[in-house]
Design a protein around this ligand. Structure first.
Ligand code: PRP
Ligand code: MN
Ligand code: MG
Length: 180
């Protein structure tokens, strides 16, 4: 284990199992609906890869790069679209895949954006949900795990760009970020 990690919350095996479970539900829910599955970069890249491989029906894949946190541990409240989708979404069934819902600002903003673009439906699939921190309303449809109000990293989640490549989700030791 990485020495900056205080505790592992979810192992790769736990995440693989939950991705299979969510994927089989998605296979049923989206059969015949040709969903556009959207990965919210960068955090969602690993969970996205797990989930889409468990969707056993036709699905299109696209990517958006959205950022709110910059380099700190706190959201700045501003959502920046760094890369938009490549395809139009009007009339499409959208499934947004995220690594974590924290304050809810990112997804609240994305859902509003897709509604403005006149999608047929928009649903949310997230590996982690941290409901204690919610500031904006977001209703995730598929949730891997609910996490306590701790600074979690790994499996896509970063602190200052690091730890995304850890093959598990863990709690970062407070001494790593407390002086920033
Ligand atoms: C993180 C995370 C979610 C969002 C959740 O992304 O990946 O997208 O914050 O926080 P919120 O619910 O408070 O909006 P970040 O902005 O750090 O960009 P990244 O995915 O590139 O790390
Ligand atoms: Mn993100
Ligand atoms: Mg981040």
């Amino acid at each position: 284990m990485n020495s900056d990690i205080k505790e592992v919350l979810y192992t790769r095996e736990d995440i693989k199992n939950i991705a299979e479970k969510i994927g089989s539900q998605l296979t049923k829910d989206y059969a015949g609906k040709n969903p556009l599955v959207i990965c919210v970069l960068k955090g969602a890249f690993l969970f996205m890869a797990d989930v889409v491989r468990e969707i056993k029906t036709y699905a299109e894949i696209d990517f958006m790069d959205v950022s709110s946190y910059g380099d700190g541990t706190e959201s700045t409240g501003e959502i920046k679209i760094i890369k938009d989708l490549d395809v139009p979404v009007e009339g499409r069934n959208i499934l947004i895949v995220e690594d974590i819902i924290d304050t809810g600002r990112t997804l609240n903003c994305l859902v509003a954006l897709f509604e403005h673009r006149k999608v047929a439906s928009v649903k949310i699939c997230t590996l982690l949900d941290k409901p204690d921190r919610r500031e904006k309303t977001v209703k995730p449809d598929y949730v891997g795990f609910k996490v306590p109000n701790e600074f979690v990293v790994g499996y896509g989640l970063d602190y200052q760009g690091f730890y995304r490549n850890l093959p598990y989700v863990g709690i970062l030791k407070p001494e790593i970020y407390k002086n920033n």
